[in-house]
Design a protein. Structure first.
Lengths: 112, 889
């Protein structure tokens, strides 16, 4: 279980990434995160949904209520254009941070 | 228990719905998420219930959700109707709690009843004692100058009377001297108790009042309703009446300025009316007569006589803290006025200044005017009250915890559907406060009922005065709050800390520490009870012993009449003849005092072989000729007084064995011996009387002389035949009326005797009262513990039964533990009780011995009571159907 801070920061990336694969609703998003991280990352409703709502407030996500056949009403979230741009930005940022950290933890001689 | 998913979800949803932080959408979303989880879990094979529980846990806590959502929606406008929703929700929760509380009460009627009963008894006792303590501490506070008023008492080192060498009486001139010569004294007054016959026309009433000088009202605060305080007591022959007395004598007529007959002799004028003396005043009176008409007072003050000590001196300090200063000047005063020439300074009287506020509770003087209370008693009672309340609370807690075991399922479920820690604690604390409030109301009822009896027991006018007693109502509320919270907090925290999973699957806690505390408590309670039982029995037996012991004189069927009317002396012979005309009357005699309590102390000296300084302090009993026929003492050497020997009056005397022993005479030797009595009279011993108890049995029998004094009668006593007593008394009264207008007041001699031991009698009653109480509370405590353990061991008992144990065997098994506790209590209490009672008995010169039999008997009694208490639970547990208990596994 990640600490809140860490989860908060990476939650955004995780959610954006998951939704990049298609719109989804809360529970599924959670499941995906859990599955993809092999169980290392999971959080509960009380932390996930507020993040979703904040992202929506920031305009990165859009939501709509859908009802599939024979199922209950669910609130689906999808990436907006702004959201896609943010994700792309994240993808750029992340590796850099990652590289820096990798250097610090396990320095290897590099050409550049 | 039947689990319904929809109900559970609905219950889970409510707190979110009414919280303005969550919009309806948000709640729907969260619910949806919950349902998704539940479905997934059920697909994995969990039951509905388990899935629900797990899903709720995974969903995260309500509190966190609220915090996180708030962070996102900071600045969101709270919609108005949400608040109303929240209020409605809270109210309906409250209703739910009350319903649950009442339902619980109904379901557990037995336990609840015992629980409340224990608390009611504890609270009632505490309140009674509190009323008593409050009353005692409030004495004499109503005087304006209360903190500056002092009284003067004397210490006469070596001159012991009835066990003490401190005296509350002083010379009449002391007050005026203090006022005139000492600037520290603002005003001082001399007062004396006085019983007087007040008459108006044909009506007479005998009243207890005071003689006081003109400064009385300067020192004490008795505001005059009518009349002028400045002049009220200055004139001789003036008298102040209390309102009730005024009404009694004058009816509705204005009494001011009217006259009445005082002591059947003098005309007195009513110069003022004061309100009735309050219940908490050391000075008790219905009238105040001016001392300036009293012959003794005038003689003493005019001639500055300092050797007649029969007045009480009180004064007011000009400045609050100057008492020590004034005290230091007292020896000089003694030197100047009181000490005689050539007196040994070591035997000088010492004047002691005592603050008036200490008089009621801290006096230790002979001939006192107040001092009916005792600070030790107050402390003792306060301690007992607190202990009882504490015990009641702790018992309540124990039983509440035992009861609440049955409610763990309710708690478990509440927690599962999301009830917060604080909510649960609040619920149980609230229940506890509710129970306490109920108990308090019942306790108040009990107090109202018992107050007259209790007041009589402690001899104080105790009242429940809601209006007048400023502390009462707020005090009661505080009591409810305190006791409710105190007793309820342990069960509340205990319940709130239960883990729902454990509880819902039937595992209950068996923490050993709590057990030990409860057991310690039982031991303590029983130890106290045992000590009290021993105390009660010892007091009872000592009283019995004193009642039945040979006194040396007859107590039965002797009517005594106190002579109020001084003129009656002249008519004594005629009265006696009248009385003896009635065949029911066997013998009549006059006497100075009564043999039950002879309090005249003098000394003799100058017997053969004594030196110049030898003195023997003796008690003196004056009687008429026929005292032997009336009182029945035994003359074991020589003879009694005879009408044929006229010198018997001035020269003869009887002594008791103790006197003979003190002077080293055998009985035969004593006859004819002479000595000087009271420094003046030469007396010859004509007979020796067998020792009789002339005081209470606290004191040994001291040397006594009996003098013939037929004309001076303090009492006239008649021995009567036991049959037809009312008729006899009536005839005595009729005869009396011929000679004196005073009301006929009589008392039987055995009643006089009983009064000597009034204090002990009351103490015995108190002990009995508290003993029963302590046993009751201890038994309640034990009952609670037994209930709890029986509950805990249900499984064990069922298994034993299945394996073939008999009912008796199981009862024995369960009882064994408790009996061990009680046995321990006996071991602890016995030595303590023995020491305490032995100490008390040492206050009596004549007493019983405490043997081991008493303790064995008490021990057995208490063990039986404990057994009875425990047996109910044990038998119930032993008879329970093992199948039912083992089913829930």
């Amino acid at each position: 279980m990640l600490t809140r801070e860490l989860a908060g920061a990476s939650a955004k990336s995780l959610i954006l990434s998951v939704l990049a694969q298609g719109e989804s609703y809360g529970y599924v998003i959670l499941q995906r995160i859990e599955v993809l991280s092999d169980g290392a990352l999971s959080c509960d409703d009380s932390t996930l949904y507020p993040v979703l709502h904040r992202l929506k407030k920031q305009g990165l996500l859009a939501s709509s209520w859908r009802q599939a056949d024979n199922q209950r009403r669910r609130k689906y979230y999808a990436l907006t254009a702004k959201g896609k741009k943010a994700l792309a930005h994240e993808k750029q940022q992340c590796p850099r941070v990652d590289t820096v950290l990798a250097q610090l933890w396990d320095p290897q001689p590099r050409l550049t | 228990m039947f689990f319904d998913l929809e109900t559970a979800i609905a219950a889970w949803r409510r707190p979110y719905e009414v919280n303005p932080t969550f919009s309806v959408e948000d709640v729907d979303e969260l619910e949806g998420s919950l349902r998704d989880r539940i479905e997934a879990l059920m697909e994995k094979g969990l039951s509905e219930k388990a899935a629900f529980r797990s899903a709720v846990k995974r969903a995260g806590s309500y509190g966190r959700a609220e915090t996180e959502y708030r962070k996102v929606y900071w600045g969101k406008v709270k919609r108005e109707h949400r608040l109303k929703d929240e209020l409605i929700w809270r109210l309906s929760m409250l209703k739910n709690y009350v319903i649950i509380a009442l339902r619980t009460l109904r379901k557990q009627k037995g336990y609840a009843f015992i629980n409340i009963a224990g608390l009611v008894i504890g609270l009632a006792c505490f309140m009674l004692i509190l009323l008593f303590v409050q009353h005692e501490l409030s004495y004499d506070q109503f005087h304006e100058k209360a903190d500056r008023i002092y009284r003067v008492a004397r210490h006469l080192p070596g001159r012991v009377f009835l066990g003490s060498d401190y005296y509350a009486v002083t010379p009449a001139s002391l007050a005026s001297t203090l006022e005139k010569e000492y600037p520290e004294v603002a005003s001082a007054t001399s007062i004396k108790n006085q019983r007087a016959l007040l008459g108006l026309g044909k009506q007479h009433v005998l009243e207890e009042g005071l003689l006081a000088d003109a400064h009385f009202l300067d020192v004490f605060t008795f505001p005059l309703r009518l009349g002028d305080a400045k002049t009220a007591l200055i004139e001789p022959n003036s008298i102040l009446l209390t309102e009730s007395l005024a009404r009694k004598i004058f009816g509705d007529v204005d009494p001011l300025g009217r006259t009445l007959l005082y002591q059947n002799q003098d005309i007195y004028t009513v110069t003022g009316i004061i309100p009735d003396v309050p219940g908490n005043s050391s000075l008790r009176f219905t009238f105040i007569a001016s001392a300036h008409s009293n012959a003794d007072y005038l003689r003493d003050t005019a001639g500055a006589r300092w050797n007649n000590n029969s007045w009480h001196t009180f004064f007011v300090l000009t400045q609050r803290r100057s008492a020590a200063q004034l005290q230091a000047k007292m020896p000089a005063l003694v030197e100047k006025y009181i000490a005689q020439e050539g007196d040994d300074p070591a035997t000088h009287a010492q004047l002691i200044l005592q603050p008036f506020q200490d008089v009621h509770l801290r006096s230790y003087f002979n001939f006192d005017i107040g001092g009916r209370g005792s600070i030790t008693y107050v402390y003792l009672f306060a301690a007992i009250g607190l202990v009882i309340l504490l015990l009641a609370c702790i018992n309540y807690t124990n039983l509440a915890v035992a009861r609440s075991i049955k409610r763990t399922r309710e708690v478990g479920l509440r927690k599962v559907v999301g009830a917060g820690h604080r909510q649960l604690i609040g619920q149980f604390l609230g229940e506890s406060v509710l129970m306490t409030a109920l108990a308090l109301v019942l306790a108040l009822g009990l107090v109202h009922l018992l107050l007259p009896f209790f007041g009589h027991l402690v001899e104080r006018p105790l009242r429940l005065d809601y209006a007048g007693n400023g502390l009462l109502l707020p005090g009661l509320l505080a009591l409810v709050g305190l006791v409710g919270l105190l007793s309820g907090s342990y069960p509340a925290f205990f319940m709130a800390s239960l883990r729902p999973i454990e509880v819902l699957t039937g595992k209950t806690d068996r923490r050993a520490t709590r057990f030990r505390a409860q057991r310690l408590l039982i031991v303590g309670q029983y130890a106290i009870s045992i000590a009290l039982v021993v105390g009660s029995v010892v007091i009872y037996r000592q009283m019995q012993y004193m009642q039945q012991k040979e006194l040396g004189y007859d107590r039965e069927h002797i009517v005594t009449v106190r002579v109020q009317d001084a003129a009656l002396h002249q008519h004594y012979t005629s009265l006696r003849e009248e009385w003896l005309r009635n065949p029911q009357i066997v013998a009549v005699t006059s006497s100075g005092s009564l043999p039950t309590n002879i309090d005249w102390r003098q000394q003799i000296r100058g017997w053969a072989g004594s030196s110049e300084d030898d003195q023997l302090p003796i008690y003196r009993f004056d009687t008429g000729y026929d005292f032997l026929e009336v009182f029945g003492m035994e003359v074991i050497a020589g003879r009694s007084f005879s009408r044929e020997v006229p010198t018997d009056i001035d020269e003869g005397c009887l002594i008791n064995e103790a006197t003979a022993r003190a002077l080293g005479w055998t009985l035969q030797e004593a006859i004819g011996k002479q000595f000087i009595h009271d420094n003046i009279y030469e007396r010859t011993v004509i007979g020796v009387v067998k020792d009789f108890h002339m005081h209470s049995m606290h004191l040994t029998i001291e040397p006594l002389i009996i003098l013939l004094n037929p004309d001076q009668a303090g009492y006239i006593s008649a021995k009567v035949r036991p049959d037809n007593l009312t008729e006899t008394i009536a005839s005595l009264e009729r005869s009396m009326k011929q000679f004196s207008p005073y009301p006929f007041e009589y008392q039987f001699l055995d009643e006089h005797f009983d009064q000597l031991y009034k204090a002990e009698l009351h103490m015995g009653e108190m002990f009995g009262f508290f003993t029963i109480l302590a046993l009751l509370i201890a038994s309640l405590g034990l009952f609670g513990l037994a209930a709890y353990t029986a509950q805990q061991r249900t499984k064990e008992i069922s298994v034993r039964k299945v394996l073939g144990a008999s009912v008796v065997g199981i009862v024995a098994l369960l009882s064994k533990d408790f009996l061990k506790l009680v046995a321990l209590a006996v071991l602890i209490a016995t030595p303590l009780a023995y020491v305490a009672m032995q100490r008390w008995l040492e206050g009596f010169a004549y007493r019983i011995e405490i043997g081991p039999g008493l303790f064995v008997l008490t021990g057995v009694l208490v063990v039986l009571i404990a057994l009875l208490t425990v047996s109910y639970q044990s038998i119930r547990a032993a008879l329970a159907d093992p199948v039912k208990s083992l089913r829930y596994e």
